[in-house]
Unconditional design. Structure first.
Length: 262
């Protein structure tokens, strides 16, 4: 089993190395694989079937942008037209993926509260030459206003709930840094953008999924398909809410925390 894990890590590492856009990107990735530094020595950009992704010097962002991240979700983003809302967009992996698929046959709304991630999303939007793309710097919630965003060492683990990851894993470090960010109801955002129909929503907000949906009651009446990540007791509460709008909910992978509602 140990040998199998090493082999799988090696295959993924070499696969990510191949996705480096330039020789310089590949060298930075190779140096990381050989030395396991916490950060990359150069800013890195990947290119794969989903698009082109600037990742900066964060290996976590490289992993998210790679073809090897969350392979079990791949087929759920095969949208050919319409509106896709990416809530908790991180560096924009799924926003870019769907944006490159639908081109001008629809619209992408990428919603992300963390300022550095927002800058990367905007850069990736430009690199991929996407015009059907709106970036919103905010957190989706049950009410409009301001809220605390707790900044984790891992860029994809920032949360509105301070001890969210510690509650899942006692060894997880409790964030000691937070910033004030804008929060907005999805219903209000879509009204301001004059969007009357939504095909697909992805929610990855590190524990705040129920609050997002409470602010999206009118949106749920449009009955878009919803992909969401959730754990613990929150899953049952989300299922109860979605069933009020005639959704059926299934777990995408029994070993993972992603669900699909339609």
């Amino acid at each position: 089993m140990h040998i199998t894990n090493i082999k799988n890590k090696l295959i993924k590492g070499l696969g990510i190395l191949k996705e480096g856009r330039t020789i310089k990107d590949k060298l930075a990735l190779l140096f990381y694989l050989l030395t396991k530094n916490k950060r990359l020595i150069f800013n890195v950009t990947l290119k794969n079937n989903d698009g082109i992704f600037y990742c900066g010097k964060r290996m976590e962002s490289v992993w998210v942008a790679s073809s090897f991240h969350e392979p079990y979700l791949k087929d759920f983003f095969n949208l050919n037209e319409g509106v896709f809302i990416d809530i908790g967009a991180n560096i924009g992996k799924y926003s870019i993926k769907v944006g490159n698929r639908i081109k001008n046959k629809g619209k992408i709304i990428a919603i992300e509260p963390e300022p550095r991630n927002v800058k990367i999303i905007k850069k990736n939007k430009e690199i991929n030459k996407l015009n059907n793309f709106t970036v919103v710097e905010a957190a989706c919630a049950a009410e409009d206003g301001l809220t605390d965003l707790y900044i984790d060492e891992i860029p994809g683990h920032h949360s509105l709930i301070k001890e969210y990851h510690h509650g899942l894993d006692n060894n997880a470090k409790i964030p000691d840094k937070n910033i004030k960010v804008k929060k907005i109801k999805l219903d209000n955002l879509l009204r301001s953008l004059d969007i009357k129909k939504v095909e697909l929503i992805k929610i990855d907000v590190e524990g705040a999924e129920l609050e997002v949906l409470k602010g999206a009651i009118k949106t749920l009446k449009m009955h878009p398909k919803v992909i969401f990540e959730s754990r613990g007791k929150t899953v049952g509460k989300i299922k109860t809410l979605l069933k009020k709008f005639n959704y059926s909910v299934k777990r995408i992978d029994n070993k993972k925390a992603y669900y699909f509602a339609q």
